[in-house]
Design a protein around this ligand. Structure first.
Ligand code: ZN
Length: 350
């Protein structure tokens, strides 16, 4: 773990906002904790603090994982992905016990892509459509962009994800395992996207600064991140679904992200609500109820001797597998998406 200074203003004075317990005593980090390499487990678990800079109000995790520890988190599919998002699999013996990251494919969400591209079309004032997706992962978004006529490319720091995307979508050199610094100064893009990326970076500010090299005067920068201005954060506070100090190092609000844009020569052009804008309040309630049900099942297995009860009624098969199944269950109180994320669109000041 390492102590860090504010990435926006450089100040080292902060006030405490939230304490998050990362260990196997609760449902949310149960599986994560068990999947950490044993020799790193004690250093990488325990209490994490989310703090707020006294000078500029940026919220961030401090102290946080070192670069080497973040590599441990991201190099293992077992740790970061592949959760069952529903309790119903607990008792369905047709499902495999172990769920790995590459199986985390979720249902194809056409509506989400339609929304993303409509947003890009609305704000792109250039005739050309050269697009770069930073942190593209397996390139699903790049693939969708190409289908819609964009000249799209993606970069990612994980060679495995790039390789996987090239295979899955036949994307070839549209996906590159490289860093922003590796672009030559004459390669410019009309649209630069970062979906769910900025909150994971060690220094979001230095990435924003580097975008200037690959932008022209009309380039739009499209950033999706969860926001402290969402009603779900205001309701749940430290229990908000996105409060995850093992991966989310920064918690932006409209105002702190705008300050970070300004610091790096960017101007905020628009803020858009995420694609959950059409969801009704009933989705929100449904999420809360489902999350509570997860917690209840977790409690039942751990404290009410459910495995021995199952043995007694002749279901040894289930009794043994139930604790394993539990590892695939995620997360706690609130599991749905409802007005959590915003899209921030910015341009370099000419
Ligand atoms: Zn600050």
């Amino acid at each position: 773990m390492k102590e860090v200074i504010c990435d926006l203003c450089g100040s080292s004075s902060y006030k405490h906002r939230h304490t998050i317990k990362v260990d196997d005593s609760g449902l949310r980090y149960y599986r994560y904790t068990r999947n950490l390499p044993e020799q790193q487990r004690s250093e990488m678990t325990g209490k994490f603090n989310i703090v707020q800079c006294q000078n500029c109000q940026l919220n961030y995790v401090n102290p946080r994982y070192s670069t080497e520890q973040l590599e441990v988190v991201y190099s293992s599919d077992k740790i970061i992905g592949g959760n069952w998002q529903s309790y119903k699999y607990l008792f369905d013996l047709g499902q495999p016990d172990e769920m790995q990251g590459q199986l985390k494919t979720g249902a194809y969400n056409a509506r989400m892509y339609d929304w993303k591209f409509a947003l890009i079309e609305e704000h792109n004032s250039t005739k050309s459509r050269k697009l770069l997706d930073i942190g593209c992962g397996d390139g699903k978004f790049v693939y969708e962009a190409i289908q819609r006529g964009f000249d799209a490319n993606g970069i990612d720091l994980s060679p495995d994800r790039i390789e996987q995307g090239r295979k899955t979508y036949g994307l070839g050199n549209a996906l590159r395992n490289m860093n922003i610094d590796d672009f030559s100064a004459d390669e410019k893009f009309d649209i630069i996207t970062m979906w769910d990326l900025i909150e994971h970076l060690e220094s979001p500010s230095s990435l924003l600064a580097k975008l200037e090299k690959i932008s022209h005067k009309d380039t739009i920068i499209v950033i999706l991140t969860m926001s402290l201005d969402s009603i779900t954060y205001k309701h749940f506070g430290k229990f908000w679904n996105y409060m995850n100090p093992t991966q989310h190092l920064y918690y932006f609000s409209h105002s702190t992200l705008e300050k970070m844009f300004n610091k790096n020569g960017l101007e905020l052009v628009a803020i858009e609500m995420d694609d959950s804008r059409d969801k009704h309040f009933i989705h929100y309630l449904h999420s809360i109820v489902l999350g509570q049900l997860n917690n209840f099942i977790f409690w039942l297995i751990r404290n009410a001797g459910l495995p021995s009860l199952l043995k007694r009624i002749g279901r040894e098969d289930l009794a043994e597998r139930l604790p394993k199944r539990l590892e695939n269950l995620y997360p706690g109180k609130y599991i749905g998406r409802y007005h959590d994320n915003f899209v921030y669109i910015a341009k370099f000041r000419s």
